[in-house]
Design a protein. Structure first.
Ligand SMILES: [Zn+2]
Length: 249
């Protein structure tokens, strides 16, 4: 696919890899909420950095002053918070311009990427031999693919469903995310809303809002992982009052 007579865009190659360009890959790991995506992202980063490689970690929706990729099991690493307007080619190029190597990218919350940003990741892989590891949710609360997820499924070199099993309250494997507003499952609203750990956004914040019930100000919104059967029925189980999968006995 690479024509050697055509220089790869304006993005410089990454340090040592320019001399011995090894094939890089775009890998996508996906699953429902609480399946351990961020934990796996941090493990991949650890494994890569132990080999002397230099990585850049990206996340989305972290509005804190010091964005993190953090896992449910207590690990965390600082990350760069990106949004739908971030040019990922420029972002990586600016790191190179500052003399910092970027051999690989860890992209958490990859479901929120725009299709164009996923294509930018593919370009970094093909033209600049940066390995990309993307981690994201498979489907939104309506059981539809997120746009970023769909594009990653289309173009990634390697796609893996994360095997850590999240269970529905009934004991079956949980594959789908339910949005719960004030104790009831909802099926319409903005594609992208508040996670249960995020602050409530201002009205109109959040892409794809079709002004359904995403939970108005003051509403309690959280997500619960359900099996397909109970997602279809909208049944949250006997202990639906708590935050579902995160509740510990
Ligand atoms: Zn179930």
């Amino acid at each position: 696919m690479t024509d050697p007579s055509v220089p790869p865009v304006a993005v410089p190659a990454a340090g040592d890899r320019r001399r011995a360009p090894a094939p890089a890959h775009l890998r996508f790991f996906h699953g429902p909420m609480d399946c351990g995506k961020s934990t796996l992202a941090l493990q991949v980063d650890h494994n890569q950095s132990r080999q002397g490689r230099s990585g850049l970690l990206l996340t989305q929706g972290d509005r804190s002053a010091r964005p993190l990729i953090s896992s449910r099991v207590g690990l965390s690493r600082t990350a760069v918070d990106v949004d739908a307007g971030t040019d990922l080619l420029l972002l990586v190029r600016s790191h190179w311009a500052g003399g910092r190597r970027v051999d690989y990218l860890i992209v958490d919350e990859a479901q929120f990427l725009t299709p164009g940003q996923v294509d930018q990741l593919a370009e970094l892989v093909d033209a600049s031999h940066v390995d990309v590891y993307a981690f994201g949710l498979t489907t939104d609360f309506r059981a539809r693919l997120f746009p970023g997820t769909q594009r990653l499924l289309e173009v990634a070199d390697d796609v893996q469903r994360i095997q850590v099993e999240v269970l529905c309250w009934c004991g079956l494997p949980g594959l789908l995310n339910a949005r719960v507003v004030d104790g009831a499952m909802v099926r319409s609203g903005a594609t992208v809303v508040v996670a249960d750990t995020a602050p409530t956004p201002a009205p109109g914040d959040g892409a794809g809002d079709d002004s359904g019930d995403g939970g108005g100000p003051g509403s309690e919104v959280h997500y619960q992982v359900l099996c397909r059967h109970h997602h279809v029925l909208g049944q949250l189980g006997p202990t639906a009052a708590g935050p579902g999968q995160l509740a510990l006995p």
